[in-house]
Design a protein around this ligand. Structure first.
Ligand code: HEC
Length: 174
């Protein structure tokens, strides 16, 4: 008697043990497929209109910048700016080891009245735009020998594109 009961309950238990993972597997498989489809269906038809809007809220848009900066990666640009942030503030009027960068686009190099620049930078005669910033960030000491900006340079061209786009957007005066 006992054996029989045991035998039955063991085999019942086995059925459960064997069946349960299958059930979960199937259930979760079915769910995933559903969610993926659901997601694709929810995003695809709307993406041309809704995706840029979401991005605009989360990150400033680079769309108004000239190529190739309109295709820059905001996150990477922001993260590369961490290499500058020890010396440069973006906010107006706050100089650190380096001059603040608020409104740096079109600024004549070395022209802030309240920062003590090197003679080399003041005499360079350049204005900051995409091109000059690119040369400067790539290798400041090579671009303006005698500068006192103690920064080795960012050699990767895509990193410079992303960083410059970030600077242009974040330091714009309006
Ligand atoms: C160790 C400090 C330091 C770091 C790091 C640094 N800078 Fe500078 N930066 C300076 C100093 C100092 C000057 C002034 C140079 C001179 O007078 O020769 C300067 C000048 C500049 C200028 C010229 C501003 C003007 O008013 O003419 C720009 C643009 C600039 N830096 C951008 C950057 C960027 C972008 C980075 C990061 C990739 C960076 N700097 C990293 C210290 C730094």
């Amino acid at each position: 008697m006992r054996r029989k009961i045991y035998g039955r309950s063991i085999s019942n238990a086995l059925t459960l043990v064997v069946a349960t993972p299958c059930f979960f597997f199937l259930a979760s498989c079915g769910q995933n497929a559903e969610t993926d489809e659901g997601r694709a269906a929810a995003t695809e038809p709307n993406s041309p209109t809704s995706a840029p809007e979401t991005e605009a809220i989360e990150t400033p848009s680079f769309a108004s910048l000239p190529a190739p900066y309109n295709e820059a990666d905001y996150r990477n640009g922001k993260s590369k700016f961490n290499q500058c942030i020890a010396c440069h503030a973006i906010a107006d009027g706050k100089n650190g080891l380096g001059p603040h960068l608020y409104g740096v686009a079109d600024r004549k190099a070395g022209s802030l009245p309240n920062f003590s620049y090197s003679d080399a930078l003041k005499a360079s005669g350049i204005a900051w735009d995409n091109k000059s910033l690119d040369h400067w960030i790539e290798n400041p000491m090579k671009f303006i020998s005698g500068t006192k900006m103690n920064y080795a340079g960012l050699r990767n061209v895509d990193d410079r594109r992303d960083l410059i786009a970030y600077i242009l957007v974040s330091t714009a005066t309006q």
